[in-house]
Design a protein around this ligand. Sequence first.
Ligand code: GYE
Length: 338
Amino acid sequence: MVKKNLAAISAVALTALTLTACGSSSEAGGGNETGGKGAGSDGKITMGFAQVGAESGWRTANSTNIQESAADAGIELKFSDAQQKQENQIKAIRSYIQQKVDVIAFSPVVETGWDGVLQEAKRAGIPVILTDRAVDSEDTSLYKTFLGSDFVEEGKKAGQWLVDNAADADVDGDGDINVVELQGTTGAAPAIDRKEGFEEVISSNPEIAISQSQTGDFTRDGGKQVMEAFLQSEDGIDVVFAHNDDMGLGAIEAIEAAGLEPGKDVKIITIDAVKDGMTALSEGKINFIVECSPLLGPQLMDLAKKVLDGEEVPARVVTEETTFTQEQAAEVLPTRAY
Ligand code: GYE
């Protein structure tokens, strides 16, 4: 707490110093509404980062990576965890504006409803960088760039594996491939886009159909509960498509509890490729994982420095990713970073 306050005071003092150094006519530390501009000119940057929460292994790896990358880049980081609630993220962003940080980065929990708070940041002259998840806004001047994965592409890769392995995936051999879907957080970019990409690709094969689809909120517990309900409500589920590893791992627990063998009696496709997911894949409990990299920190710090130096940055920076079969997972697991 004391540490936090000190950090806040030093950030305010730093802004005042910067403004004075720039010959601003405002009183030091006063309510200059352009506070934050000219930041970074003395080399010390303060970033406010409004994180989604701690819902998954992916998120934990992402938070650690952002904290470590900020330290490596010499950037002072103010970090908050919104516990998957949009109102908490909005509060955090407002407090960063008040503290006159130099740059705000955040991973929007859902796509819509950001224009108001982003306009406040813009009026205060504080640049915003979207990290990991996108916002659905017509006004692209509200943020400088968006760094993260192509979630539609991830959904397509998951769907393509199923189309390519359709014969194997018809576990009960009835000619139909019955898929249940565990969706991510309702309204979140990765949930909307992964569903869209997956559906687009499987529509090329009329034997593949999604019979049930519900949110498990990207958590292990959520995935387990929804899968239990799916298993109770129908027989003959051939495939689970989970929007992240954690929900897939929850589904594995539900499948085992129902006396079935995950990976054999029910095929499982997930997205992320975090350690626990990759371990289950190498053990044959998951059948295919589409990678989504949480290691966004170094690129984020680099983009923040460029933005504050007034350099042009691309409007969109897409993360490079791959996919893993069971054999590939076993191979890379020992050296996997997260
Ligand atoms: O796939 C999931 C996490 O936004 C890409 O959020 C991220 C997703 C990730 O909870 O595990």
